[in-house]
Design a protein around this ligand. Structure first.
Ligand code: SF4
Ligand code: SF4
Length: 171
């Protein structure tokens, strides 16, 4: 049976080498995206998924990096279709937000480069997973967060001893 998302993600959370690789990956992606000079009024409409009419997808290595950094302020998605990381219109997870958040701009001028840039970076993420032994998954953000929240809550899923978010950190 193939491992669940949480079985893939949580054991890799404390890997410093993977975290360093992901940090470098995001820095490179951010620099490339900034070079396109996209316009964002930064009001966070696109983080309210149902209202905005789109979904965010994320790869497994990004979830590893996200959990690593978000664990001290883990936010449960609940029933809302808004990203739980958005607080007062701002992203509380900005340094470790997924690639999709970094690439997306509603600016029509961005359409030309967004798709190719995203596809290219996704291949890099797949390769990082292969290099570090993290199975590739590409999953919808809120459902991934819900699964990880459930796994963190569960005491008998083999996460004891792993410095993932503790149940009492879930907000
Ligand atoms: S990309 Fe567009 S919708 Fe999203 S925060 Fe920026 S201006 Fe708002
Ligand atoms: S992680 Fe941040 S940027 Fe991405 S959808 Fe959530 S609030 Fe928005």
């Amino acid at each position: 049976m193939s491992p669940s998302l949480s079985e893939i993600v949580l054991p890799a959370v404390n890997r410093d080498d993977l975290a360093a690789k992901m940090r470098a990956f995001y820095a490179d992606a951010d620099a490339a995206i900034a070079a396109y000079r996209p316009i964002c009024r930064n009001r966070g409409e696109c983080c309210r998924f149902a209202t905005f009419g789109h979904k965010l997808y994320v790869s497994s290595v990004e979830l590893v990096y996200f959990v690593r950094h978000a664990r001290s302020a883990w936010r449960e998605p609940g029933e809302s279709s808004d990203c739980p990381c958005q607080i007062d219109g701002l992203c509380a997870a900005r340094p470790y937000r997924p690639l999709g958040c970094r690439v997306f701009f509603c600016d029509p001028e961005a359409r030309e480069w967004q798709g190719p840039e995203y596809e290219r970076r996704l291949l890099e993420l797949r390769q990082i997973g292969a290099d570090f032994g993290v199975d590739y998954r590409y999953v919808e953000w809120l459902s991934a967060m819900r699964e990880l929240t459930d796994a963190i809550r569960s005491k008998n899923r083999g996460f004891d001893g792993i410095d993932a978010p503790s149940p009492d950190m879930i907000k």
